[in-house]
Write a protein that binds this ligand. Structure first.
Ligand SMILES: *Cc1c(COP(=O)(O)O)cnc(C)c1O
Length: 396
């Protein structure tokens, strides 16, 4: 059979990527210096309406820098969601700190009402520090993730952070381009509201540099310090004086060349993803037992990933069976991430009333969402889903 393979999420490199990379190579600026890095940082900062941005090797590296700049250190605790990609949490451990895991709500983002409960019932403020009563440790920061590009309620996040004296790190790795269209943060982009924001340009993100990331923040000095730490903390470049322990986290000029060309296409990518999202939504609305997760009102999301919830009773088949069948038909799909509080390295860490995440763990399916996707591809996917559902009806 000669069926077309429809991948979940692949890069789209049809802009000026080759031209810029060729220029970087022809001029022999391929490492952690060069004009494309500066330009990429400037353009991202312009796009996000922030003063400056620091280009890194990965989103993970950016998150590590953000936590360190937030003063998270050995023995501290950091609030994190359990339903997310593990790279949002691992950097907490790099700092010698421990995560405390929170549940998700029906948007898949961290449940802020439960977090409020946790602070009220399980913590106390002592000497201006937030103490976790069950561990006796100091909670220093919150990492919030805008899951799949869907903005979390930052008004509520910032209120909590102010009340309890916490730093806020926005893991905006999936949310470049999402912004609020209403409210206190109208026209503010994901990543620009908390103390720090981090973006990723991994191969499956909305724009890619192959691998790469970007750090932004509201305190100019701290962001500048982030750049210093990302380049081995050189206090004197010539005589190798280093007053702090730094990292080799700087993005290369080749990565930045790709990034610059990708950024030129970001708004186009978002509009394609938006159109495809609504196309899916229209096509599946008559299939019983599958529903799309909506993006929040009052926002312009980047429509990065499309998540669907399967009600296996109504659909007639379980999520995993649907995934397997789609795979046989050449359609790549993905379940949601394994919950982090259940992963080996974190099994002994505290988690607070995880309920909804357990439900979504078994019911979410992500369908193909690349910007290269055609309407025909979407119809192929939704036709398979419709036929599966119809078949399961006959079997009842
Ligand atoms: C992609 C991603 C990261 C990590 O980004 P890398 O650039 O791959 O290191 C972190 N958090 C979340 C939620 C992500 O989706």
């Amino acid at each position: 059979m000669n069926q077309k393979f429809i991948p979940l999420s692949v890069p789209n490199l049809k802009g000026r990527e080759l031209e810029y990379v060729t220029h970087a190579i022809e001029t022999e600026w391929v490492s952690t210096g060069g004009g494309y890095i500066d330009k990429f940082e400037e353009r991202i900062a312009e796009y996000l309406n922030v003063e400056q941005a620091v280009a890194c090797q990965s989103g993970t590296a950016g998150l590590h820098l953000a936590l360190r700049l937030s003063g998270v250190g050995y023995g501290d605790e950091v609030i994190v969601p359990t339903l997310t990609f593990i790279a949002a949490v691992n950097p907490v451990r790099y700092c010698g700190a421990d995560p405390v895991f929170m549940d998700c709500d029906d948007t898949l983002n961290l449940d802020l009402d439960k977090l409020t409960d946790f602070f009220e019932r399980e913590c106390e403020i002592k000497n201006n520090k937030l103490i976790n009563l069950s561990t006796g440790k100091v909670i220093k920061a919150i990492v919030v993730v805008h899951i799949f590009g869907n903005l979390i309620n930052m008004v509520q996040v910032i209120k909590l952070a102010k009340k309890y004296g916490l730093k806020v790190i926005e893991d905006a790795t999936e949310a470049l381009g999402s912004f609020y269209t209403e409210g206190e943060y109208k026209n503010s982009y994901a990543g620009t509201i908390g103390d720090f924001g981090v973006f990723s340009f991994n191969g499956n993100k909305i724009i890619t540099t192959g691998g790469g990331g970007m750090l932004v923040g509201t305190d100019r000095e701290l962001v500048t310090k982030g750049r210093y730490l990302s380049t081995q903390a050189k206090d004197d470049g010539l005589f190798y004086i280093h007053d702090e322990v730094g990292y080799n986290y700087r993005m290369t000029n080749v990565q930045a060349a790709i990034g610059l060309a990708q950024l030129e296409q970001l708004e186009k990518f978002i509009s394609i993803k938006e159109k495809n999202y609504f196309h899916y939504k229209e096509k599946i609305k008559n299939i019983d037992g599958i529903e799309v997760i909506e993006f929040n009102r009052g926002t312009r999301p980047n429509y990065w990933f499309y998540s669907f919830v399967i009600d296996s009773k109504r659909f007639g088949l379980g999520r995993d069976e649907i995934m397997l069948y789609l795979q046989e038909k050449g359609v790549q799909t993905r379940p949601i991430w394994g919950l982090i509080h259940k992963q080996k390295p974190y099994i002994n860490n505290q988690s607070y009333q995880i309920q909804k995440a357990n439900h979504y763990l078994h019911s979410i399916i992500n369908l193909p969402c690349s910007t290269n996707l055609s309407e025909e591809d979407i119809s192929t996917v939704t036709d398979i889903l419709a036929s599966l559902h119809a078949r399961s009806d006959q079997n009842v």
